[in-house]
Ligand binder design. Structure first.
Ligand code: NOJ
Length: 742
């Protein structure tokens, strides 16, 4: 993507070699040693074939070196286009758990499934930002804050790669809307790039990610952008102590612009054709020719092949890796062995679904349910798609319970538990009568179903996805932040006849709830997001109190779409669409705080069935004002000294209620005003289980990097001089304890 760099960086990048991976971690060193000795056995065509996929997501075998090829498969939430595999909760849901253990476990379980199907490379996690709240694919990622996104990326990659599967950090970089994604220029300044958009990729590299996928064309094509591919990834992030080293990068599908993008740092092209179905490739024979003509040096091809082989060796895929046993394009193919890779993942999926459900309103102790005699269930989102959960191409429809958005970031459901089925089953334990009306537009039936019931649940949705599909008039990005299918009218109708109306929302991101949220008859609001295959079961765990809610919003719910700092740029330009990221550092809660806008529900907010108190804040350690980080240079942003803990934050949490559960404490820092930073910046979180009446001490650490801003003049991380505030609390606005550093 187009990337405005200061002259200092531009000058530094001009000096960069475009080839030769430099490595210094023991894991990557061993992988590179094997890759380099194997390289000696390859001819030019072999080396180029490593970099070119001739069918979607496949690199061919090279028998001479026992290279069994590479299978690359979507998605970030499960193995796509196969059977007997799981549909995990989306990235945005695992982000809402604010729970690193669950993030890691989800990665491990996905890794097991990809490996079981013989997939070498999982095309995820996705870490682009919910910069504009209507952004079509933001649900694949981890929301509106870099720190949470970075932790989601780190834990997911660590989990996936623990199973010997190569993970892909995508999409590098600045890909935050669908509209014109093939022909837009995200214009991002240097400080912003470092402090927000690069951070999850930095954490990915710290997790030893095997691959990075670049994004779509812009002012400078992302896949031939020397400043970002070579300058940021290869140079600035390349080496950090013993943890990280080389990785290879490949472009997003059909995002390769030229053969010479090899010179700009691109290592692999996928799926291999120039446009869908074309018989030639920018790489393949074109790259062989380019080497023969001297426009691409063979040393660069050596570097590409080495990087690709090194990832294969890094994950130990040269030994005993299961062969591919499914055909994602042909369900009738004899290749399909229908291997069941689900293991016991349903239980983890159910837990993550519950842990990611955010309880936003709970008046009169409406929840948890206490043996109601009658329940009314209203809304299409409570039931099934009558034609089955996988009937719509790439999940591009909003019929029945919404467990994921649409596009390449999806997977087949092995089954999909609906809220209606789950509530009906659970109700039988209490002898509850359940009534339902699933037509979103039949308001009379909705009122009949809700009227006279002890509790009425209204299910509403909002969907989005990849711009390759348009669903109900939404071309990837959402057209607005309203509930789909006149959801507001449905809620208002139900609330007009039932004074214990509880709204359940399955959505890809924020929706505006102002039409009914202050209605006293709306006693509850349960934000269930995109919970995957166990949707109904996860929900009843919350509704009946089997799981005490601990999910927190990974984005702000504003009162109006206009309250957000950034919107989808929907202009139709002649040529390239310019997308200035002019809100700068002030996305999501950072903007609401800076502009003093009261949100409906702030970032990090969520209720529990119990209460927690915070006490005894101790901030120890220090970092000197204006402390400069390492000078700009190779691997400087990953220098271990920058990331070592220097400040320690301890405090005590006490469960002051009667129910055991997790509290989700969050740490925000406030940098000196002179740094022109947002008022509060998330830099720590935890998910802590506490029994009633008990206390737990919580520790969080801050590094110099955590306390720094990117100095665009000196090109290094620097702690701004002045007092740095520390706030610990239950959300981005619920500040319980405050202190200062130093
Ligand atoms: C393009 C999408 O942007 C990317 O996320 C996906 O992994 C590839 N296509 C392969 O489907």
């Amino acid at each position: 993507m187009k990337f405005s760099y200061s002259s200092v960086v531009t000058a530094a990048i001009a000096l960069l070699p475009v080839v030769s991976a430099q490595v210094n971690s023991s894991e990557w060193n061993a992988a590179y040693a094997k890759a380099k000795s194997t390289l000696a056995l390859l001819n030019l065509s072999d080396k180029v074939s490593l970099a070119t996929g001739y069918c979607t997501g496949n690199i061919p075998t090279i028998p001479a070196i026992n290279f069994t090829g590479l299978c690359l498969e979507d998605s970030a939430l499960g193995v796509k286009d196969t059977d007997y595999s799981s549909a995990f909760p989306a990235g945005i849901n695992v982000a809402a758990t604010f729970n690193r253990t669950l993030m890691r476990q989800r990665g491990v379980a996905m890794g097991q499934e990809f490996r079981g199907k013989g997939v070498n490379i999982q095309l995820g996690p996705m870490m682009n930002f919910m910069r504009a709240p209507a952004s079509g694919r933001a649900w694949e990622g981890f929301g509106g804050d870099p720190y949470l996104s970075g932790e989601g990326a780190f834990e997911t990659i660590t989990g996936i790669q623990s199973q010997g599967v190569q993970a892909v950090a995508k999409h590098f970089i600045d890909y935050e809307q669908e509209h014109s994604r093939m022909s837009s220029s995200s214009n991002v300044d240097d400080r912003l790039q470092h402090e927000i958009y690069l951070h999850p990729f930095l954490r990915s590299v710290q997790a030893n990610v095997a691959a990075v996928m670049c994004s779509y064309i812009n002012g400078t094509y992302a896949c031939e952008n020397n400043a970002t591919l070579n300058g940021l990834l290869k140079y600035e992030l390349a080496f950090q102590g013993c943890k990280l080293n080389g990785w290879f990068r490949y472009d997003d599908w059909t995002a390769t612009p030229s053969t010479t993008s090899a010179n700009d740092g691109l290592d692999m092209t996928m799926p291999g054709d120039i446009f869908p179905g074309s018989i030639v490739s920018w790489f393949g024979e074109s790259l062989v020719l380019a080497v023969q003509l001297g426009t691409v040096p063979e040393s660069r091809v050596d570097d590409m092949a080495t990087r690709i082989l090194a990832g294969w060796y890094l994950l130990g895929q040269e030994q005993g890796y299961p062969p591919v046993n499914f055909d994602s394009k042909d369900p009738l193919s004899s290749v399909n062995q229908h291997v069941n890779v689900q293991g016991d993942h349903a239980s983890l999926i159910r837990t993550i679904g519950a842990a990611s459900t955010v309880l936003l309103k709970n008046e009169n102790n409406a929840l948890p349910l206490n043996k109601p005699k009658t329940i009314g269930i209203i809304g299409n989102d409570a039931g099934p798609n009558p034609l089955g959960p996988n009937i719509c191409i790439a999940k591009g429809c909003d019929i029945g319970i919404l467990g994921m958005g649409w596009g390449s970031g999806t997977a087949n459901y092995p089954y999909l538990i609906t809220p209606l089925d789950a509530i009906t089953n659970r109700s039988s334990l209490d002898g509850t009568q359940v009534y339902s009306s699933l037509d979103d537009f039949d308001l009379d039936a909705a009122a009949d179903t809700a009227s006279g019931k002890d509790v009425a649940f209204v299910f509403i949705t909002a969907d989005s996805g990849e711009g390759s599909l348009t669903v109900e008039g939404n071309a990837g990005d959402r057209n607005n932040l309203q509930a789909w299918h006149s959801g507001d009218a449905l809620v208002e109708k139900v609330a007009s006849v039932n004074n214990n109306t509880i709204v359940v929302v399955n959505t890809v991101g924020p929706i505006v709830v102002e039409a009914w949220i202050d209605n006293p008859n709306v006693t509850g609001l349960v934000w269930s997001g995109l919970p995957g295959e166990e949707a109904g079961n996860s929900l009843i765990d919350i509704l009946y109190g089997a799981y005490n809610p601990s999910g927190r919003l990974p984005y702000t719910i504003g009162k109006s779409i206009d309250d957000y700092a950034a919107q989808i740029n929907t202009s139709i330009p002649i040529g390239i669409l310019e997308i200035p990221y002019s809100e700068g550092l002030f996305i999501d809660y950072r903007h609401f705080d800076e502009a003093n806008i009261t949100p409906r529900y702030e970032y990090g907010f969520g209720l529990s069935y119990t209460t927690f108190s915070y006490s005894d804040l101790i901030v120890s350690g220090s970092v000197s004002g204006a402390a400069p980080g390492p000078s700009y240079g190779f691997g400087s942003s990953l220098d271990p000294s920058l990331h070592a803990p220097v400040v320690f934050v301890n405090f005590t949490l006490t469960n002051t209620g009667n129910i055991a559960g997790h509290e989700t404490p969050q740490l925000y820092i406030s940098l000196p005003a002179s740094s022109q930073s947002p008022p509060y910046i998330l830099k720590g979180f935890d998910s802590v289980f506490i029994n009633p009446g008990e206390s737990r001490e919580v520790s969080m650490e801050l590094s110099q990097y955590d306390l720094s801003i990117w100095n665009v003049v000196t090109q290094r991380w620097e702690v701004p001089s002045g007092t740095i505030g520390v706030t610990v609390g239950a959300s981005s606005r619920d500040h319980r304890l405050t202190g200062v550093i130093g």
